[in-house]
Design a binder for this molecule. Structure first.
Ligand code: SF4
Length: 499
């Protein structure tokens, strides 16, 4: 769905970091002049106090500053109390975040226990019923109903000084919001603005915002548009960054480096999470590499660049003579400097790695992606051609192989998703152009698998549902047979290619 009347904003992209207010999450300050904070999420059963505490401790040991735990129902929310107490008994005071979907009551219970709650406006109160068209009055009534449902949580948060993340996921926008604003980054921003305004009506400002998607471009543009819209409204809430369902191994890491790095490179972002379909502890070293790559932001600025920010993607596809491209080296120029140079002289740019200094993989990925998002790159030539290809694939600029969308799993996952993803990748990586989603649960999996051609989604203990696009094709397949059944389905559809 497209919306013709989407406005266009201008944002002053800060070479220095975007100015945000400081929000306290327990003793941890997010935003302001504080370092970019690193967070992760457990994937244990929240009712298993021992396993969850052990995983929290392992995360803290490697540098995680904030741990999110799913609270899928009131009982799980209540068990956060035991988890918190046990952590404290073991000398760990890491702030905890309760992750809430579909259950306001669980949010209200958790908000009295932990330092922060993450809610998803797409499913906090809205239920999808197939209704997209709302009259002005119906829309206003629904918004009031949402506010009425959110007020009790805000009251608990205010009473206990609990922070809140309004976490938008592209894959779980409500039909109400999509009917009005389209299935667009703009709709993601407007969904967040509705919730911000409800919080502000109650003078509650301990907010952090996020715009996540498995699509790096959607995540990048939605976050920039959020920053622009907040600037316009005079709001300065911190922003959390992450590419959701990034997968595992090298692909998952490069995807996160492009999505998160492309925004940090422009001075946007106060806290980050790298989501990998691996042990959560593996996420932290990658997040630290990304933070390190952009530790200079906020220290050495050279002026502002004003760029038009439109909600649609702007990909220039005019053929150019490479020899006439202006060459920029990432080892000598920051993305801001390159964009500044190109601002008044819209020529095609040839981006090379350069030889003057060592640049980390995270910095190469983030800087390249920031320029790709501005359509400022005609050719990207890094010293490592495999890395160049991976960056282009991660940002959706070129497709060389199959793409895998895989969630990091959480307490809702009841099958071995890590091994399933490995097997699916082993069998299907060569299927160029196919998108396959491997997701942990049917609560969020079908929505979050985005535009994948096939879905492999955990349904219950050891069982998997198989989807063709959004259509459920095989229910509750034993996980031992599910990869073979998926391959059969792809073959039947005539989409199999021999390696
Ligand atoms: S899709 Fe994955 S991460 Fe999201 S709620 Fe389900 S199992 Fe958890």
């Amino acid at each position: 769905m497209e919306n013709e009347n989407i406005p266009c904003w201008t944002i002053d992209l800060p070479v220095r970091r975007r100015k945000s207010r400081e929000v306290m999450v327990g003793k941890l300050a997010i935003g302001g002049d504080n370092p970019v904070r690193i967070q992760s999420m457990t994937n244990t059963d929240t009712m298993d106090t021992k396993a969850t505490v052990e995983q929290c401790l392992r995360l803290v040991d490697v540098g995680c500053e904030l741990v999110r735990i799913t609270a899928s129902n009131v009982q799980a929310a209540e068990n956060l109390y035991n988890i918190k107490n046990e952590l404290s008994r073991r000398g760990c005071d890491v702030p905890l975040v309760a992750d809430i979907h579909f259950n306001p009551k669980a949010a209200e219970v958790a908000a009295a226990i932990v330092e922060k709650v993450r809610i998803n406006p797409g499913n906090y109160t809205d239920r999808n019923t197939g209704k997209y068209d709302y009259t002005e009055q119906e829309y206003a009534d629904e918004l009031q109903r949402t506010a009425d449902r959110l007020y009790p949580l805000i009251q608990v948060c205010k009473k206990h000084s609990t922070a809140m993340r309004i976490g938008i996921n592209h894959g779980s926008l409500s039909e109400r919001v999509m009917g009005r604003y389209g299935d667009t980054p703009y709709a993601m921003v407007m969904a967040a603005m509705e919730f911000i305004n409800i919080c502000r009506q109650m003078d509650y400002n301990d907010l952090v915002l996020s715009m996540k998607s498995s699509n790096v471009k959607v995540m990048h543009y939605a976050t920039r548009m959020l920053a622009a819209m907040m600037q316009q409204e005079g709001f300065d809430y911190p922003i959390h960054l992450g590419v959701t369902e990034a997968g595992n191994a090298r692909e998952g890491r490069i995807k996160s480096m492009t999505g998160i790095g492309s925004l940090l490179a422009l001075g946007i972002g106060d806290t980050i999470r790298v989501s990998l379909t691996e042990a959560p502890e593996n996420e932290i070293p990658v997040a630290r590499q990304i933070r390190e790559a952009y530790s200079h932001i906020g220290i050495s600025g050279r002026g502002d660049v004003t760029l038009k920010l439109k909600p649609e993607f702007r990909i220039r596809r005019t053929p150019v003579d490479i020899a006439s491209c202006r060459q920029f080296s990432l080892s000598e120029h920051s993305p801001e400097e390159i964009l500044y140079a190109l601002k008044n002289e819209p020529v095609a740019a040839r981006i090379v790695q350069g030889k003057n200094k060592e640049i980390s993989t995270a910095r190469l990925a983030g800087d390249s992606a920031a320029l790709i998002m501005e359509s400022a790159v005609e050719t990207l030539e890094l010293n490592d051609s495999e890395l160049t290809a991976d960056i282009l694939q991660a940002t959706g600029e070129r497709i060389y192989k199959a793409e895998f969308i895989a969630c990091p799993s959480c307490g809702r996952t009841k099958y071995d998703i890590q091994s399933a993803l490995e097997q699916v990748k082993k069998r299907c990586s060569h299927l160029k152009g196919l998108k396959i989603a491997v997701m942990g649960c049917i609560v969020n999996g079908p929505g979050e698998m985005a535009d994948a051609h096939y879905g492999y989604i955990g349904s219950r203990e050891g069982k998997v549902h198989l989807y063709r696009a959004k259509q459920l094709v095989c229910s509750n397949v034993d996980e031992k047979e599910a990869v073979d059944r998926l391959v059969e389905m792809i073959k039947q559809d005539g989409k199999w290619q021999e390696e």
